[in-house]
Design a protein around this ligand. Structure first.
Ligand code: SF4
Length: 358
């Protein structure tokens, strides 16, 4: 394989076609770190407005570290994978407390920060600090699998090291940041998952999949297990024009996000009655028979959710002292001030419509 030719042709191609993205206009390690965290599992087009709002509100590590986590969640709302926001915030705190307020350029130190794994570390170190670390994400794996006709499945963690070895060998050590971005750009714009645009590719002369007519067969994948669907019942308790919202714990599923009292009830025979009992059990309130408003579906990272939302008119009782750690009675027009999780968001229009009709 002509490694020098691959590097040169990739770099030249990138200089010609690169997209002008906001995080490519800076060498600030903090801004690059934020962009890479947001870009994990999320499309560029979606990330741009979030990135711009985030940098405007939290322009540097110090401001982010001093911010309330709820404010960070609020700005992250809709981007999903909220643990990324929590880790970013916690890491900013560590940088201020232990690292003199500067994003570390030492790989060992950087990797100690929460949420920074191989990929983010390599991206920040190469793009912001010109250090020779190769990034390997889904785009990179797909391109490498095709160019080098690699049989290793791209979605099987034990195979990751093989892709890393090839990416390390391929890395342009003179311009590692540009090289990494170019390889990811190639995967995003040309060597796409379906119908790659091979005639526009700078590597047509090298690509083994193209030469052997095997492009549709690569990359290889192992069949993933389908995530099961959970059924949740949620009760929007209405008291004197306000709705009861509770906040999920700071660790675990959908950590720190707000929702209506809810519980998993796979196979519930009478969800309305179960909803009233759940509200009593969880928050200690009595309500009139719940009225079904809507059932929504939402796909989270590790599971799919079907959630039935009920309107529960308050009839008596106070929120139990040993109930939720955080709760609030919120006016319907103020619901969008809280960071809500995706299923709650989807159910809101039906709730607001029902309240308008009362
Ligand atoms: S020639 Fe086609 S399959 Fe090969 S790397 Fe380029 S776009 Fe991908």
């Amino acid at each position: 394989m002509d490694w020098d030719g691959l590097r040169r042709e990739l770099g030249d191609w990138y200089e010609r076609v690169r997209r002008d993205l906001p995080w490519r206009r800076t060498r600030d390690p903090y801004a690059i770190w934020v962009s890479e965290v947001m870009l994990q599992q999320t499309r560029v087009k979606t990330v741009i407005p979030y990135y711009e709002r985030f940098l405007e509100r939290f322009p540097d590590v110090a401001v982010l570290a001093g911010a309330d986590l709820q404010a960070v969640y609020k700005l992250w709302e809709g981007l999903g994978y909220y643990s990324r926001a929590r880790h970013l915030h916690a890491a900013a705190g560590m940088i201020m407390a232990q690292m003199g307020g500067r994003v570390p350029s030492d790989p060992q130190v950087l990797r100690r920060l929460p949420g920074i794994g191989d990929y983010i570390a390599a991206a920040v170190l190469s793009i912001a600090f010109d250090q020779p670390f190769a990034v390997v994400d889904g785009n990179v794996k797909r391109v490498l699998a095709r160019v080098f006709l690699m049989e290793t499945p791209v979605n099987h963690p034990p195979g990751h090291a093989r892709f890393q070895t090839v990416a390390d060998r391929l890395l342009d050590r003179e311009q590692p940041g540009r090289h990494n971005q170019a390889l990811m750009e190639l995967g995003a714009l040309v060597c796409t998952p379906k119908r790659p645009l091979c005639p526009q590719c700078p590597w047509t002369a090298h690509c083994r999949a193209l030469q052997s007519g095997a492009v549709p067969d690569f990359p290889r994948r192992v069949k993933p297990r389908r995530p099961g669907e959970q059924f949740w019942v949620a009760g929007a308790v209405l008291k004197k024009g306000r709705l009861l919202l509770t906040r999920r714990p700071d660790r675990g599923l959908l950590a720190g996000l707000w929702e209506f009292p809810c519980d998993r009830m796979d196979g519930a025979a009478d969800p309305a009655a179960d909803c009233a009992a759940m509200v009593r059990r969880q928050v200690g309130l009595h309500c009139a028979p719940p009225q079904h408003l809507v059932t929504v579906r939402h796909a989270y990272t590790h599971f799919k959710l079907r959630m039935a939302l009920y309107l529960c008119p308050w009839q008596g009782g106070r929120v139990r002292l040993d109930g939720p750690d955080h709760f609030d009675w919120v006016r319907p027009d103020q619901l969008d001030r809280l960071p809500l999780h995706g299923a709650v968001h989807k159910a809101l229009p039906a709730l607001l419509q029902a309240l308008r009709g009362q």
